[in-house]
Design a protein. Sequence first.
Length: 467
Amino acid sequence: MPATAAVKTAVKTQTLRELADGDPRELARAVAVMRPADLAEELDRLPPESAARVLAALPFDLAVQLFDEPEFTRRRQVFECMPADEAMRLLEAMSTDQLADLFRELPEAERARLLAAVKPSTREDLKLLLSYPPHTAGGIMTTEFLSIPADWTVERALGYIREVAREKETVYAIYVVDPQSGRLVHVVSLRDLLLADPQAVVLTIGKRRPPLTVRATDSRRDVAVLISKYNLLAVPVVDEAGRILGIVTVDDVIDAIVAEQTETVQRFGGVEALDKPYPQIGFLTMIRKRAGWLCALFLSEMLTATAIQHFEGELSRAIVLTLFIPLIMSSGGNSGSQATSLIVRALALREVRLGDWWRIALRELPTGLCLGAILGVIGIARISLWQHLHFYNYGVHWLLVALTVGAALIGVVTFGSLAGSMLPFLLRRLGFDPAVASAPFVATLVDVTGLVIYFTVAFLILHGTLL
């Protein structure tokens, strides 16, 4: 954040904190020009007690909007600081998907108490949403959608929309259901309804084709792919019988995918995914999230020391080989990390599937050979140049040393590319998230095998001379 923006943010937060303790009317005037998302970010910077006082002084509709904002990440703490009656009013007015997210953050006992206190209709919606994991379509859907029977006329449908539109999250798509079975049979846009003959039956409006739907157990990534592919504003979630349970809107998908990509990036860096924004993670929690992977990688790197010990004899006879160990290890790790990054992303975007592993292997093998050859030529050139310019004396067998380094780079980079590209497929086959094939993990794997390749090549080329 630029320095001027940081200063403005600090001033704004300080102003809110001061106004929270002062005249509520001044506070209302101060926030009237702010967008809810910006105001939510500012409230996140306040202590929960101060944020609760700000919310209590705001118009009720604005307070509800703030609690519905995903940017308001500390709403659970603020909620706990609010008077019980005010908190319950907010609960009843929140959208069901955001309310479900709030309930997931609450302790089990508190969740059960609040579930018993809300209206029966809200309770049933919450039980439905909470029955699905948060990474599924059912976990991020909202039950506030517009559905009408297939035998209604356009005039009747528009009248109904006027009555209930304020209570729905979106009115751009209207879901037409069979009057008897409740099965989703058609989706019509509000634009088409407005342009249609008032006496026409809604089932005849728009283009008739099977509705695009997802199941409640589908992953949010599947939902994102569908919405992106067909440029949808929302996608209906249906049960086994085709009855609509809720809808997932594009803004909820964006929020979910941002959260998922954040988790993926964190795992890819060798960190257990954080369940809160970085500034809100406590010290002990941060240690726990990072220590596990770090210890696992450290123990794995011990295999590198074991490999070096195994070739201790070769190193003692050709000490010059130790100069290039970091070069060999880093090149293999880098090529493996590159391949892993590309394949993990391709799997996430459905550009490749699990059965394509052999095509990827056939692609990465010549790619690794070519990349290794490029690095090998650079390595040979560097050793030759340093030898001729007298920057360093690699001994009378310097040319064989250069060829050893060049050949080893070809082998190590090729193996790194193959291993890095195949590991995500293996993890997906075993049921794990390919993102756990983090760059540090791949680098550790290739470090050990790279040393074996390096010293094997050195023995073959330098046998009878230095070895």
